[in-house]
Design a protein around this ligand. Structure first.
Ligand SMILES: Cc1cc2nc3c(=O)[nH]c(=O)nc-3n(C[C@H](O)[C@H](O)[C@H](O)COP(=O)(O)OP(=O)(O)OC[C@H]3O[C@@H](n4cnc5c(N)ncnc54)[C@H](O)[C@@H]3O)c2cc1C
Ligand SMILES: *[C@@H]1O[C@H](CO)[C@@H](O)[C@H](O)[C@H]1NC(C)=O
Ligand SMILES: *[C@@H]1O[C@H](CO)[C@@H](O)[C@H](O)[C@H]1NC(C)=O
Ligand SMILES: CC(=O)N[C@H]1CO[C@H](CO)[C@@H](O)[C@@H]1O
Length: 365
């Protein structure tokens, strides 16, 4: 019997990373998606809006997320070593905290990052702004997302991958698509991000709106993140991209799916960003106001947040009298880039496990 095709639904960073990891495991893979890299940006395609940097948010209890982040860091580091032109770069990251450090059994978010990020050190008191009790610096990956998505799509198609554009009403639609109808489908992976809310009616998935301002500032050589003021839920960050643009963030508002940038939020983001990093202003305009920023674009993206975190789970689709293995892989919230390769490996492990056990069952018959 020929080994069938694995169909990945979704061409965001999660679908693409999963599809490539499946190819590396020797599978023939096709992607089905409504939106794909290179399309004009659309609010239902989260991956085209992200910053993005690799700054893990895993805490002492998040063992799986820590592993995903560490594996992704290693995979992306290798991508950059293998191809210096990859749309990734290592830059110093500076983390400021407006609250006291709280270690659980000697562990916190920063100590976990220290396990794999080069040049990690806590900042000296003399390096901290007056209202910042502690902070750290380390080198990390900055991901130029509008270039990274087509870059990894090309890896997929170069390895023989095929992408089919279609908007699915249900996962069983996959079996009716003309290019797939007559092929043997071995399994389906559901990487639909926020789309999972409608496609598989997962009510644990909800949007977390993030508004950003993109400025032109190729002279910026580091990323900065400031959490606080304490209890405010406010955080301010900058992410330099290889293109020379810099992201200024940001907001995180649960269940708000307004796709239009709000001018008063953009103003607040610019004010906080400029207070944190005065050198966001062009060299000739230092000391100026937010009106002197070289703004490229105000943008909004919707993070696919999920109660309980990322869903990686085996399931089945019933098509006629067949039960086809299905693996769900969505709900990456605000950390889909930095978890992508580790999370994809886990989803592929789960899928290979179910294919293995279903072929064992068949051979017993
Ligand atoms: C402002 C902002 C900043 C962020 N910053 C960072 C960061 O710094 N670091 C980080 O790691 N992460 C960051 N993120 C999070 C990251 O962008 C997401 O976690 C990630 O993009 C989710 O990817 P995805 O592939 O699951 O979803 P998506 O990119 O939304 O892809 C979903 C795919 O499924 C397809 N699809 C959905 N439904 C259907 C259907 N019914 N039929 C056919 N196709 C369908 C879509 O067309 C698309 O191809 C940020 C997000 C935002 C909004
Ligand atoms: C494709 O499958 C359909 C039914 O699913 C069948 O009617 C058709 O003959 C098949 N075509 C080819 C080229 O095998
Ligand atoms: C957002 O919606 C989800 C699911 O519909 C709900 O569980 C959650 O409490 C909401 N969050 C906020 C902050 O409103
Ligand atoms: C095929 C399919 O849609 N399976 C499941 C996907 O996930 C949702 C939410 O958990 C289930 O309700 C579906 O049955």
């Amino acid at each position: 019997m020929t080994e069938g095709i694995v169909v990945v639904v979704g061409a965001g960073v999660i679908g693409l990373s999963t599809a490539i990891t499946l190819q590396q495991a020797g599978k023939k893979v096709m992607i089905v998606a409504e939106f794909m890299p290179g399309d004009p940006k659309h609010i239902r395609y989260t991956s085209c809006w992200a910053g993005a940097h690799h700054v893990s948010v895993a805490g002492p209890e998040d063992h799986q997320m820590h592993r995903f982040d560490m594996e992704t860091f290693q995979v992306m580091s290798k991508m950059l070593r293998d191809d210096p032109d990859a749309p990734l770069m290592f830059r110093p990251q500076i983390e400021y905290r407006t609250f006291e450090r709280n270690l659980v059994n000697g562990v916190d978010q920063l100590s976990l990052i220290a396990k794999y990020s080069p040049n990690f050190r806590m900042l000296e008191k003399s390096e901290l702004p007056p209202d910042i009790p502690f902070g750290a610096t380390f080198d990390t990956l900055m991901i130029d997302t509008p270039s990274y998505l087509p870059y990894i799509l090309k890896k997929f198609t170069d390895a023989g991958g095929v992408v089919i554009r279609s908007t699915l009403k249900s996962l069983t639609d996959v079996f009716q698509l003309p290019p797939l109808r007559n092929l043997s489908i071995a399994a389906v992976v559901n990487c639909t991000g926020l789309g999972a809310r409608e496609l598989v009616k997962d009510q644990k998935v909800f949007p977390t709106r993030g508004q950003l301002v993109i400025v032109r500032a190729p002279w910026i050589k580091e990323g900065v993140m400031r959490l606080g003021p304490k209890g405010s839920g406010i955080y301010t960050y900058t992410i330099p991209r290889k293109s020379g643009n810099v992201i200024i963030g940001g907001t995180a508002d649960a269940n708000d799916s307004d796709p239009k940038p709000r001018p008063h939020i953009a103003k607040l983001i610019k004010e906080r960003g400029l207070a944190m990093c005065p050198d966001l202003l062009p060299p000739s305009k230092r000391g100026g106001t937010i009106d002197d920023l070289d703004v490229v674009e105000d943008v909004v993206g919707l993070r696919p947040t999920r109660i309980g975190g990322i869903r990686i789970e085996a399931d089945t689709i019933v098509v006629g009298n067949r039960r086809v293995p299905l693996v769900h892989h969505y709900g990456h919230g605000g950390y889909g880039y930095q978890t992508s390769w580790g999370s994809a490996r886990e989803a592929v492990r789960v899928l290979l496990g179910t294919l293995d056990s279903s072929s064992r069952t068949k051979s017993k018959l």
